[in-house]
Design a protein around this ligand. Structure first.
Ligand code: NAD
Ligand code: PPY
Length: 346
């Protein structure tokens, strides 16, 4: 299985490490350094098998390469995965600090070929620790001199993307339109707030009851997690985990637009073809969720001000416009056109 993953992946390096004391398994996947040092967040969660963790790191690193290229940022693509021995909230602080120290050592070994940042299961405060030990982490807290969480910028970009994709589907005004948001974490909750201002009818879902309650207070109707893919909507916004839309889902989902924050939403490119065939406007994830990367790389590598970052996030609308136009002109899916755009910059 691991052999198949390595042979089937076109990245440059994938490191693995196991820590007997904590039972944590570490993966760093460096997909490309063509545009600059590889960069991408550290995802810390439980996986069924170590091979699943390696596969996730590879898939996410490849997507980071496309994200950096599509956003014209001077970085390559990489990602770290830490397969945890227990749920993150069940890991005590001493164990977590040991896990971070080991990850920081791996970053130092890679010596600048790869820079990390926050992802699911890691925070700006974790980046403070990683940066103090390795000097190779973006997204430190403002208290530690960093640019703070990338989530608000990611949400801003997802909102720009969903508005642009809706316009492509003929929905110029979201007032009264049904928007279904899956995942009410750092990004999803902010997307909900932004879409609320558009006057949309909000339906939302999370596996965490507290987050559902918060969304209810913001005016959303809450539905059970298993129901989201069966609801009829104008816009579907996946802000939980990837691998959500396979061919079967693409054939039956009842929506006009899909635009969200989750990384690697489609299980394979053919899913993008099926969505296009059905006339569903899909905003490729590595463009729709690039606001966080623009925030981190913009502030920390390019020295942009918050205003410059915001202007570049608005640019996600123009990038998507280019992709939709190319897709129309070539009779291909938006997913395919987005890959062509990103690959032309590699
Ligand atoms: P998060 O961990 O804060 O939020 C994820 C939320 O999804 C949680 O509230 C969780 O309970 C919920 N969830 C998990 N499984 C679910 C399910 N089956 N149904 C409904 N809800 C479910 O993460 P985040 O920072 O908000 O990121 C969300 C997604 O966007 C992730 O896939 C992440 O990789 C991606 N992303 C985030 C950023 C960023 O800047 N934070 C940038 C790019 C991409
Ligand atoms: C992502 O956008 O998916 C990330 O992993 C966040 C990120 C972006 C750029 C550098 C490091 C982390």
């Amino acid at each position: 299985m691991i052999e198949d993953l390595v042979v089937g992946w076109d990245g440059v390096l994938c490191s693995t490490r196991y820590d007997r004391e904590t039972g944590a398994f570490f993966v760093i996947a460096v997909h490309s350094r063509q545009r600059g040092p590889a960069a991408g967040g550290t995802r810390a969660m439980q996986y069924e098998t170590y091979a699943d963790a390696v596969a996730d790191a590879m898939r996410l690193a490849s997507s980071m390469t496309l994200k950096m290229a599509a956003a014209d940022l001077p970085m390559g693509g990489g990602k770290s995965v830490i397969a945890l021995p227990a749920a993150r909230h069940d890991i005590d602080d001493a164990t977590w600090q040991r896990i971070l120290a080991i990850h920081a050592e791996d970053l130092s070994i890679l010596n600048g070929s790869y820079w990390t940042g926050p992802d699911v299961g890691t925070t700006a405060e974790d980046m403070d620790v990683l940066h103090a030990a390795s000097g190779l982490a973006f997204g430190r807290s403002e208290r530690a001199g960093g640019p703070g969480s990338s989530a608000p910028s990611t949400a801003q970009g997802v909102h720009v993307a969903l508005v642009r994709a809706a316009a492509e589907a003929g929905l110029d005004d979201l007032t009264g339109r049904r928007v279904v948001i899956q995942g009410l974490g750092a990004v999803g909750m902010d997307v909900l707030r932004l879409t609320r201002k558009d006057g949309a009818e909000l339906i939302a879902s999370d596996i965490d009851e507290e987050k559902c309650e918060q969304a209810r207070e913001l005016g959303a109707t809450i539905v059970p997690p298993d129901d989201v893919l069966d609801l009829e909507s104008d816009v579907f916004v996946p802000c939980a985990m990837g691998g959500l839309i396979d061919l079967d889902v693409a054939r039956r989902i009842r929506t006009s637009v899909i635009a969200g924050a989750a990384n690697t939403i489609l299980t394979e490119p053919a899913v993008g073809d099926e969505l296009a065939r059905r006339g569903i406007v899909y905003a490729p994830d590595f463009i729709a969720n690039s606001g966080g990367a623009i925030h981190l790389v913009g502030r920390e590598v390019l020295g942009w001000s918050a205003q410059e970052v915001a202007a570049h996030i608005e640019g996600i609308g123009a990038t998507l416009g280019e992709v939709f136009e190319q897709a129309r002109a070539t009779g291909s899916s938006a997913e395919h056109a987005a890959h062509v755009l990103a690959e032309s910059r590699l």
